[in-house]
Structures are given as structure tokens and as C-alpha cells.
Ligand binder design. Structure first.
Ligand code: HPA
Length: 259
């Protein structure tokens, strides 16, 4: 099975090329608004997508029209900490690009490093620090692996998202630190990370690198679920994500019109 065959399955389901791809983080499937008229393509049908459910949920691509755009959303992502390679972790981004998407919206659940952030807040990624120790472009046969990472998170799309954020959304603009995981930070690590970023998580950075290498415009949101370095249960992370996902849906929907 080639990526082109998978891309064709997506295009057939969409009735045309994808325009925007969305990757949904832990518990954020509800970030797809009611306005997204979609059908599900299970990952089993997409042979280039690796998938190992973390919590019993099978992965699926959701394809349809939202805010007038042909949207391909990935519900369920794989992580380095599950033992997947950087190539596997970024397979969905390559597939989205092959299916036609030129813009990518990434979402994740993250721990706050910035003391002003509260659980339930949203953060627009302004930049990232990749501390995963991995890069999906190593050994790459891409013509130019030396990808420019200035403005990796589109200032144009960020401005659009901000414009639509109402005051009560508590939307920050910050730096995301990407770690390998899966253990959470020690207090000493959290102190160190506070000097370099505003939120910390275990995804997103590799996907952004691949998207930029393919020339895609990237917008990324973190949903703050806890304070980094404090005791955190995975259940709590997914509960807060589910609670605040509708806000995220509103912001994504408003931004889609401008992509
Ligand atoms: N640390 C790392 N990853 C996370 C956290 C955290 O505190 N919360 C959600 N994802």
C-alpha cells in the first residue's frame, strides 16, 4: 500500500482534494464542532498509518466539510513514547499533504510551565523547543532537509485565531516544549523547562517539522490540563480536554474560513 493509494481513499471520501488537516490530541475528538459534516474512515483502511490504541479507542480519519473547507481530521495519533519511530509519528502529516492539504491544525493536551496559565486555558503555539531527541527529517531523502523553522507556526493563522477568541477563552500565545515522555517531569525538570517555555507535552513538534518541510502552513493549539511538575493522572488530562474541547472547536471553525 502506498501513500498515494491512501490519499486516493481520502479524496474519494471527500469528493475532492483535502484542503485542511486537523490532528486531534488526547481527549480532543470533541474539538470537532457540530458543523463538521463528516464520515469516518477507520485507520485499518489506511495502510500507511500506524496505529496502536492507547485507551481502547480505535483511530479514524474523519473526512467532510467544515466551514466551507474540505477537512481531513485524524482522531487518534501515535507517539514516540509508545515506541513508534519519528517517521511513523508523522505519517498522518505526509498523508494529509498527499491528499492535498496545504494547512495543518495541530492540537494537544499540555502541562503549564508558565505560572499564569490555569487548567482549561488554551495556548496558541508561537514557537517550540524540540527536546524529544528525535527529528523526522534525519536520513531523509527530501531534497532539502535543512528546513527553515522561522515562523513555523504561521503568524497569519495565529492572528486569525486570536481575532476570533473572545475574552473568556483565556487564550495565550506561548512556547511549547516537546518531550519524549511518557513519564511526566520531575520538579527539577519542570524548573528547568520553565526557563525555556510556557507549556510542555509529548507530541506536535515532529509533526510541525514535517509539515514545514512539505511547505504546509501550521496552526497549533495546546489545551492546558495541569501544571507541569505536579502530580497528574492521565484521566484528569482527558477529562479537562473533553470539557474544554467545544471552545477549541469554535476557534478552529472560525479560523478555517481564513485558511
Ligand atoms: N507534561 C508533559 N506532557 C503533558 C503534561 C505534562 O504535565 N500534561 C499533558 N501532557
Amino acid at each position: 500500500m502506498s501513500i498515494e493509494e491512501d490519499a486516493q481513499i481520502i479524496r474519494d471520501a471527500l469528493g475532492g482534494s483535502a484542503e485542511v488537516a486537523i490532528v486531534l490530541g488526547s481527549g480532543l475528538a470533541a474539538a470537532l464542532g457540530n458543523g463538521f459534516d463528516r464520515e469516518a474512515v477507520p485507520y485499518e483502511r489506511l495502510k500507511t498509518l500506524p496505529f496502536k490504541p492507547l485507551d481502547g479507542h480505535r483511530g479514524e480519519a474523519l473526512v467532510g466539510t467544515w466551514s466551507g473547507r474540505r477537512v481531513l481530521a485524524f482522531s487518534g495519533r501515535v507517539h514516540l513514547y509508545q515506541g513508534f519511530t519519528p517517521q511513523q509519528v508523522t505519517a498522518a502529516v505526509r498523508l494529509a499533504h498527499a491528499a492535498g492539504a496545504r494547512a495543518l491544525v495541530l492540537t494537544n493536551a499540555a502541562g503549564a510551565l508558565n505560572a499564569a496559565y490555569r487548567a482549561g486555558d488554551l495556548m496558541l503555539l508561537a514557537d517550540h523547543v524540540n527536546l524529544t531527541g528525535a527529528n523526522p527529517l534525519t536520513g531523509s531523502d527530501a531534497r532539502n532537509p535543512f528546513v527553515d523553522m522561522n515562523d513555523a507556526y504561521s503568524s497569519r493563522l495565529r492572528a486569525e485565531a486570536c481575532m476570533h477568541a473572545r475574552h473568556e477563552h483565556r487564550l495565550h500565545d506561548g512556547v511549547y516544549v516537546g518531550l519524549l515522555g511518557p513519564s511526566y517531569e520531575t520538579p527539577a525538570e519542570a524548573r528547568y523547562l520553565r526557563t525555556i517555555g510556557d507549556a510542555v507535552g509529548m507530541s506536535t513538534v515532529l509533526e510541525t517539522i514535517v509539515a514545514r518541510s512539505l511547505g504546509m502552513e501550521v496552526l497549533a493549539f495546546s489545551l492546558i490540563t495541569n501544571a507541569a511538575g505536579e502530580e497528574t493522572a492521565h484521566d484528569e488530562v482527558t477529562r479537562i480536554a473533553g470539557e474544554r474541547a467545544p471552545l477549541l472547536a469554535q476557534l478552529i471553525e472560525a479560523t478555517l474560513e481564513r485558511v
